[in-house]
Design a protein around this ligand. Structure first.
Ligand code: NAP
Length: 499
């Protein structure tokens, strides 16, 4: 049952008077549950508990924390259809997506549980040439997690940030996303149940409601908080990063933010399978109403008859795909505002847009095109339009194409669409793109982020605030730890994992 209260450790609490509700964007109706915004006192209590819990949690054998994390997955699964229906009512996303995202969330939790069953992940190292020095990775301390609106499960309350931080031995305080507060509370209840069942210290997890920025800001500024995980907009991530940097003791903020995910399409690819690519990309651009951080928002090619046909084809195919509702009226408003800002630049041509009349909160997909010169000169054209929107840039030649790649901001992904006979000539594109992105996809689409060991989900700023790390896959645990060395330590004082 959804209570609308905060979880301060294992205790439900609603000391405040500020309340809010979520909205079903599909029928534009407010959902019933009322949520109580966390007060300053409740925030303080949650951090105090996390700080205390850290001392016990950090020293537990990995197998015990693994049991806790695996039990979280079981408890989320046990929420059954209640979770799925709440997810759908707060996001407007369809049942298939809800179930798919739940599967991904459970898979991530179980992957981290598996990882820490043994202590290899700590990378234990012994050097004995002069002095005996033993090194291993140890947790940082309490972590605050902010989830994004577009992944109410996989990048939210028990998403990758929470799973990896708990695996590392860090207590977690979640700043609940206001657009899916009910989904967040249900997942939080599963985490608390798992913590109680497996004997975890009170405060290992808290879930704080908030419909504004104050709760998050107080959390990031609290000196007992030692790191932050954020998934969301560049504006939000940057604001929190700046708060963390201005503290007396600055702390790391691992913010995964927006991206326009450039796609490079070669002449031969256009000639041989331009029509097929147009369909594949119309589907990718509109997948999940374009509300993916890996949405292909920028397609770059060199001017030709084939590129002109591709642009027309892509526009036609995208415009005919059924419209669907966005996550929230504010996301829809931002989509319209940012899309129109790009379309209203004098150099931009609107190729096609979905024109059928749509219901409130439904997005109409759009494809625009500009010249390479215009794109290079106008930074407004480089911004993320979060939704079913993409821009095709028509370059003069290969030199301009490389110049454009070099001038892009940091991105999560880059994609190359090319034919085998062109492979020997792609080195300069690969090299330029590698400098701007965290992952290059070859002959595919950027949407879809596999949760596997070799995944890099991150990239140069502003795709993320620290391009040395990934937010997806088991390497994500490295964000919450630091290397620590024991020099000439007596055996009995060493932790088990270094004996
Ligand atoms: P958002 O508006 O930035 O919100 C994310 C969270 O941060 C919310 O809880 C929000 O709280 C909080 N927040 C935002 N600005 C803040 C500030 N100045 N101070 C304190 N807290 C702040 O993002 P969103 O709309 O939920 O998500 C969409 C964006 O996320 C898109 O840009 C998308 O590309 C990106 N995204 C990135 C990834 C990735 O892995 N890189 C994955 C998914 C989505 P309030 O709402 O209460 O303000």
């Amino acid at each position: 049952m959804i209570t609308g209260k905060n979880y301060i450790g294992n205790t439900l609490s609603n000391k405040g008077t500020v309340t809010y509700q979520t909205l079903n964007p599909k029928n534009n109706i407010v959902n019933e549950p009322i949520f109580y915004e966390a007060t300053s006192e409740e925030i303080d209590q949650a951090v105090a508990l996390a700080s205390k819990a850290f001392h016990k949690f950090r020293d537990m054998p990995g197998s015990e924390r693994a049991f806790f994390i695996a039990t979280i997955a079981d408890e989320i699964e046990a929420l059954g259809d209640t979770l799925i229906h709440t997810y759908m009512s707060e996001s407007g996303l369809p049942e298939g997506r809800a179930k798919g995202e739940r599967g991904r969330t459970l898979g991530q939790l179980r992957m981290f549980a598996n990882l820490i069953k043994t202590e290899h992940w700590r990378n234990p190292t012994i050097s004995g040439d002069h002095k005996e020095i033993r090194q291993a990775l140890i947790p940082l301390g309490p972590v605050v997690v902010f989830g994004a609106s577009n992944f109410p499960l996989a990048y939210s309350t028990a998403g990758g940030d929470t799973a990896s931080a708990l695996a590392a031995g860090c207590p977690v305080i979640v700043k609940s996303h206001p657009m899916h507060a009910g989904t967040g509370e249900l997942v939080a209840s599963a985490i608390i149940k798992a913590a109680e069942k497996t004997g975890m210290p009170d405060g290992v997890f808290s879930n704080l409601n908030s419909s504004g920025i104050e709760v998050g800001v107080q959390l990031v500024k609290d000196p007992r908080v030692k790191a932050v995980g954020f998934t969301g907009s560049i504006r939000g991530g940057r604001a929190l990063y700046d708060h963390a940097g201005q503290r007396e003791e600055p702390i790391p903020v691992f913010a995964e933010m927006g991206s326009i995910n450039p796609v490079i399409i070669t002449q031969k690819a256009l000639e041989i399978r331009g029509e097929e690519i147009a369909q594949t990309y119309a589907d990718s651009i509109t997948l999940g109403v374009g509300q993916f951080c890996t949405n292909p928002g920028l397609i770059i090619g060199i001017k030709s008859q084939e590129l002109t046909s591709f642009v027309d084809d892509l526009g036609e195919k995208t415009a005919t795909i059924d419209a669907y509702c966005m996550l929230h009226p504010s996301i829809h408003t931002a989509y319209e505002r940012n899309g129109n800002e790009v379309i209203n630049q004098k150099e931009t041509t609107l190729v096609a847009e979905h024109t059928t009349t749509v219901a409130t909160n439904y997005a109409q997909a759009k494809i625009v095109t500009v010249s390479g010169d215009a794109f290079l000169q106008n930074k407004t054209l480089h911004q993320e339009v979060f939704g079913p929107f993409s821009m095709v840039v028509q370059c003069e030649d290969q030199t301009q194409l490389l110049q454009i790649i070099d001038q892009l901001e940091g991105q999560l992904t880059g994609t190359i669409l090319a034919e085998k006979e062109e492979y020997p000539h792609l080195a300069s594109i690969v090299k330029s793109l590698q400098n701007r992105v965290g992952r290059i996809v070859f002959n595919g689409v950027p949407t879809g982020v596999a949760v596997v060991d070799a995944m890099t989900h991150g990239g140069p700023y502003p795709a993320s605030t620290d391009s040395r790390f990934t937010a997806v896959g088991n390497q994500a645990i490295k964000r919450w730890v630091r290397p620590f060395s024991y020099q000439d330590f007596p055996e009995e004082l060493l932790p088990e994992f270094l004996k």
